[in-house]
Design a protein around this ligand. Sequence first.
Ligand SMILES: Nc1ncnc2c1ncn2[C@@H]1O[C@H](COP(=O)(O)OP(=O)(O)OP(=O)(O)O)[C@@H](O)[C@H]1O
Ligand SMILES: O=c1[nH]c(=O)c2[nH+]cn([C@@H]3O[C@H](COP(=O)(O)O)[C@@H](O)[C@H]3O)c2[nH]1
Ligand SMILES: NC(=O)CC[C@H](N)C(=O)O
Ligand SMILES: [Mg+2]
Length: 525
Amino acid sequence: MTDIHAHKILILDFGSQYTQLIARRVRDIGVYSEIRAFDITEEEIREYAPNGIILAGGPESVTELDSPRAPQCVFEMGLPVLGICYGMQTMAEQLGGGVEGSQKREFGYAQIRLDGESPLFEDIADHIEAESGKRLLDVWMSHGDKVARVPEAFSVIASTESCPIAAMAWEEKRFYGVQFHPEVTHTLQGQRILEHFVLGICQAERWWTPAQIIEDQVARVREQVGDRHVLLGLSGGVDSSVVAALLHKAIGDQLTCVFVDNGLLRKDEGDQVMKTFASHKGVRVIRVDAEEQFLSRLEDVHDPEAKRKIIGNTFIDVFDAEAAKIEGVEFLAQGTIYPDVIESAAAKTGKAHVIKSHHNVGGLPETMKLQLVEPLRELFKDEVRKLGVELGLPYDMVYRHPFPGPGLGVRILGEVKKEYADILREADAIFIEELHKADWYHKTSQAFAVFLPVKSVGVVGDGRRYEWVIALRAVETIDFMTARWAHLPYELLETVSNRIINELEGVSRVTYDVSSKPPATIEWE
Ligand SMILES: Nc1ncnc2c1ncn2[C@@H]1O[C@H](COP(=O)(O)OP(=O)(O)OP(=O)(O)O)[C@@H](O)[C@H]1O
Ligand SMILES: O=c1[nH]c(=O)c2[nH+]cn([C@@H]3O[C@H](COP(=O)(O)O)[C@@H](O)[C@H]3O)c2[nH]1
Ligand SMILES: NC(=O)CC[C@H](N)C(=O)O
Ligand SMILES: [Mg+2]
């Protein structure tokens, strides 16, 4: 019997925005999967040794001359192959079928009728068609081209009125193609279809669970690090916190964390980080109080990008100075996660899609000549969170909203002053507290207060008040690339507004931000 930890699926990327989603779905099934560019070599595939291959979707058209193809060896290795959308189209084309372009795009909901008894659709049905007794599935489509002729030996296993070849199969070879997208939740039975492919057809076994990932990573880190020492910048964010907990489990007190308090953190954040790690987990954390240093360098600086640069550089200076005080450190740990890896690879090869700019603390490894330890490199954010919970980190820490590296520095418009940061911290804490109370915190993806250095008149207790303005921002989003402002209940906004104005002397007015992204960004700066 082969080691089930070797069981994995290879996903070839043709530039679709859903490729990551396929990898996540496969991992949710409990089987490890990786995304590689479509022009991977045969040698690389053999080295990766997958149980099966998924050809993902893509924006291009196989009817065009230079459009991407799967390496022909994919169809000659005896491995099961599932082509999704573009993947199906290129499979059809490469194996001798035909693909047709069309002016009309089919986008959205469709109902496919299943033909025959393919294991891909075993025991799956959303409805039964009255006249024919055939099984129907609700699926989601997004294509212009379609397979017009299946390659010899293939049969059509699903169809719709507008797309007569909605799925095809060559059962003996275990080759499958689906025109719809099983990876999106709008395809109701999508996860089961992927399960049939991964578990049934590829015969991969489930093993990729949080506990297993931790066990494997602990072993890997121990092997890499031996009895040497590791340094970690701990921000209190999800990624570095999970790295801290994982490394602590792996190498105990060979780990030293440095937490930099830059004076731009949320209320009580520093104390919380120290409490969680120092007492609760027994992790060694050095807290550096650098508020003075950060705020003095930010004096008189108004431009958002200039502020970001100063904060980033100051961070590196402080971190560097602290690191120099710790003897015998040979490794620097980082909370790099899989989307960072995919996106920077995509940025390098120029092959794909949306690229999110990264806000990582650059430059540290080079200047300090440390080797990197990156135990989360293969994980998606939702997997990192599950790991955090499994490692015993508090749920509230693991599922909290993201917080930008420059912190309150980009939530105080224009010049940053301690006075402003102190007011903003209190206002933000009130907002977050009320969101929790009203059970709205986890229904929003990110929520925070913004300090507007504008004075406005108000009347409090018969007296005139001429003070600052606080804006509240709450958004719903999946990927933070686009976002919708959260439709918070008026009563909740009212409570928050009343509390902020009554409890904080420096504020005379509260507004709610009703801009979506795009065109507005999530942060105000
Ligand atoms: N205040 C801080 N003190 C110490 N290290 C920090 C601090 N802020 C950031 N870092 C380090 O820099 C890395 C990148 O920070 P950034 O906030 O941009 O990343 P992130 O992906 O949000 O990670 P995290 O969820 O850990 O915050 C963090 O993972 C952490 O190692
Ligand atoms: O670490 C960070 N450093 C930054 O400079 C930065 N700017 C924005 N963000 C976060 O990125 C997401 C998208 O934000 P925007 O719509 O404002 O670009 C949101 O989650 C923002 O909080 C940052 N994170
Ligand atoms: N989503 C896709 O993979 C689309 C494939 C191809 N570009 C089409 O329009 O048909
Ligand atoms: Mg962070």
